[in-house]
Design a protein. Structure first.
Length: 245
């Protein structure tokens, strides 16, 4: 993996030592703009892309920005709530592709238990750092688990989860400008790690898990995956395709 680990704190912390071990990297003290870099500063992590990628840094701050606004109002997530369905109990939900954890955090705020899979070691490291800090004040995170693996390598059965949630990476030309920027950043990180997104194969695998409700989030005008959709929940720009396995 062609990546620099940068320590801007000026001292060697326990967190820095853990990062060096997890990523098998030795930290540097200055950012080289010709290299991709994972940067540690004041206990926070951000990703600095090399200048030829022409991307702004990727920072994960779950409680700020658009996601923070949504998390303060989870009951307003009417389409996602309809997709999940009415329930008097907390459901066990698998988020097959964690990404930047937007919908995972909303489902958690709605009172459900969420297990999210993320194949990228870099994204997993950044997300874990953010979640660890938030867990000190957010008791909802006791019901959240993040796993660094491709979901297709897991072994699930009909009793593993009540709902499987799949938000495959949008075609960039179908995404909003903000989401398009995030997609480019995530794709660049996957490229750095030699990973690839394969939505069709992932869908086929998730569809094979028996007796489980599968929710697939899609841009409104993008074709559905092959297979019989039981019903759809449609919003202004996205829809949820529901498959009852």
């Amino acid at each position: 993996m062609n990546l620099d680990l940068i320590n801007l704190d000026g001292f060697e912390s326990q967190k820095l030592k853990e990062l060096e071990t997890e990523l098998n990297l030795i930290a540097h003290k200055t950012i080289n703009l010709d290299h991709d870099s994972l940067v540690l500063q004041e206990d926070n992590l951000y990703f600095n892309f090399k200048k030829e990628r022409a991307l702004t840094p990727l920072e994960i701050d779950i409680q700020k920005g658009a996601l923070g606004w949504r998390l303060a109002r989870p009951q307003h997530e009417t389409h996602l709530k309809k997709a999940i369905g009415k329930t008097e109990r907390s459901l066990r939900i698998l988020d097959a592709t964690a990404g930047l954890l937007g919908d995972s955090m909303i489902m958690l705020a709605l009172g459900h238990s969420v297990t999210a899979y993320e194949q990228s070691k870099i994204l997993y490291t950044m997300l874990t750092n953010e979640i660890t800090q938030l867990a000190e004040t957010d008791s909802n995170l006791l019901n959240f688990r993040l796993i660094n693996s491709n979901v297709c390598e897991a072994n699930f059965n009909e009793k593993s989860f009540d709902i499987i949630y799949f938000d495959p990476m949008y075609p960039e030309d179908k995404a909003s400008s903000a989401r398009r920027s995030d997609l480019k950043k995530i794709n660049s990180i996957l490229e750095i790690e030699g990973l690839a997104s394969d939505p069709e194969s992932t869908f086929t695998y998730l569809r094979s898990i028996p007796k489980t409700k599968l929710i697939v989030k899609r841009p409104l005008k993008v074709d559905a995956f092959e297979g019989s959709i039981n019903y759809q929940i449609t919003g202004k720009s996205v829809r949820f395709d529901i498959y009852l396995n």
